[in-house]
Design a protein around this ligand. Structure first.
Ligand SMILES: Cc1ncc(COP(=O)(O)O)c(C=O)c1O
Length: 430
């Protein structure tokens, strides 16, 4: 039995703590997951069965059975992260994108290892944003990043996102509006997921990558330096089509694009390791902020990651995951096709873990709406779409009539059953 704790005295909270709200989805899901037998198509977790415990055990054995290496792994590392691991990631940048210190004007000093890419997103945002500053985000976007913007007192300005990713014309229109209202100088960042977005599952097209970078150059020429925070979290989980070069490849002066990847999606979120390549002007500020936050990511975790990268275990595992998730994605797609009534529009993902669904008419998918209640009765969970929209776009459709579904966590049978249950719930409210 949990112990009942009496409410304590109220604290005199800081402005930042006071304006940081509880993540709405966390609370919602915690309540819903207490329902016995519920299938969650909501959680952004990875497939449980595929997590590489045996590989991690071997890596730990290798690291710890060498006395000198083992003891070094149990010591602190540096604020920017273990140099060996940073060099490993630099080799990956070269392999994936041909990005090298010689071609892109950086050194290992510009590379940082963080507690998940989430920490990188937070540190970069903290380094750049004062209350009232502006960040451009996709509509819909990664909802946890919206929490960072809110907490810093900054303002999110949304731009459209379609099946090809962020729409450059919509970005140009947003810039024009900011210019006219005199707010352009407060724009500091554009946050963009360039591969298989969370929540839409769309991959930014090659032309749009080019155009997005050109817009940054144009802004710079007009005297406004705006950074692009390029989040490539889902890049390794690609099931169809070629691997497109990152937007970072265009940034040969290492001036405008902060590029980040993570160990979480294609290896293990339990490692909570993120990687970032920073433009020169951001290295010292981000290092100072990370120094205050934790003066370095867990060294033991970094040493294990280094061993796993060098032994080839990470690449082998990613290849297996692509096969496994491709099958899950196909099964999910087929179940949606069979179980969802006509009129529900879904985006077919070529990678990542999510399917975005748009319901017809004005059906409210929110937690107080009829669909969420019907889904709970059917014992299935989804993420209400509106949580993925910044406050400037979270009213009306599409925010109110969309939902994010994930094929990451549930086992195939449960996943198909979850889609059938959700299909019944949708039919009931239609
Ligand atoms: C788009 C995106 N970026 C970043 C993250 C952060 O992941 P992590 O901190 O585990 O690297 C997530 C996690 O779900 C994500 O979906």
């Amino acid at each position: 039995m949990p112990v009942k704790v009496a409410a304590g005295r109220p604290a005199k909270l800081s402005t930042r703590a006071s304006r940081t709200s509880e993540p709405p989805i966390g609370t919602l899901m915690a309540q819903a997951l207490t329902i016995p037998g519920v299938v969650s198509l909501a959680a952004g977790f990875v497939d449980q069965e595929s997590l590489p415990a045996a590989e991690v055990l071997s890596a730990a054995q290798v690291v710890l059975s060498d006395p000198a290496r083992g003891k070094a792994a149990l010591q602190y590392s540096s604020t920017m992260g273990d140099l060996g691991l940073r060099r490993d990631w630099m080799r990956r940048l070269e392999r994936e994108d041909g990005i090298t210190p010689a071609t892109h004007n950086f050194s290992e000093e510009h590379v940082i290892i963080t507690n998940g890419s989430q920490q990188l997103l937070k540190l970069v945002s903290e380094a750049l944003l004062d209350p009232g500053d502006i960040v451009i985000v996709e509509a819909p976007t990664y909802f946890v990043y919206l929490g960072i913007i809110e907490s810093l007192g900054a303002r999110a300005v949304s731009v459209d996102c379609d099946a090809q990713g962020l729409v450059p014309d919509s970005l140009r229109a947003a810039l024009q509006t900011l210019r006219r209202s005199g707010d352009l100088s407060r724009l500091k960042l554009v946050y963009c997921m360039s591969y298989f977005t969370n929540p839409m599952g769309v991959n930014l097209s090659g032309e749009r990558r080019e155009e997005l970078y050109s817009i940054l150059e144009e802004l710079d020429e007009s005297g406004e330096t705006v950074y692009l925070l390029e989040d490539a979290a889902y890049r390794p989980l690609r099931y169809d089509g070629p691997d497109l070069p990152s937007i970072k490849t265009r940034d040969t002066g290492n001036e405008f694009v902060i590029y980040t990847q993570t160990f979480s999606k294609a290896f293990s979120p339990g490692f909570k390791l993120g990687f970032g390549l920073l433009p020169d002007a951001l290295v010292a500020p981000v290092r100072r902020l990370k120094g205050n936050a934790d003066f370095g990511t867990s060294n033991f975790t970094m040493q294990l990651a280094e061993e796993l990268l060098r032994s080839g275990a990470v690449d082998r595992h990613a290849a297996e995951l692509r096969e496994m998730y491709r099958r899950k994605r196909d099964l999910f797609r087929q179940a949606i096709h069979e179980e969802f009534p006509e009129g529900v529009v879904t985006v077919d993902p070529a990678g990542g873990l999510y399917v975005w669904a748009q319901l017809p008419g004005a059906i409210d998918t929110g937690p107080e709406g009829p669909l969420f209640a019907a889904a709970l009765e059917e014992k299935v969970l989804y993420v209400p779409g509106r949580f993925c929209f910044a406050p400037d776009r979270d009213a009306g459709p599409p925010a109110r009539s969309s939902m994010r579904l994930s094929f990451g966590l549930p086992a195939p049978d449960a996943m198909v059953e979850g889609v059938a249950r959700l299909g019944r719930a949708v039919r009931r409210v239609l």
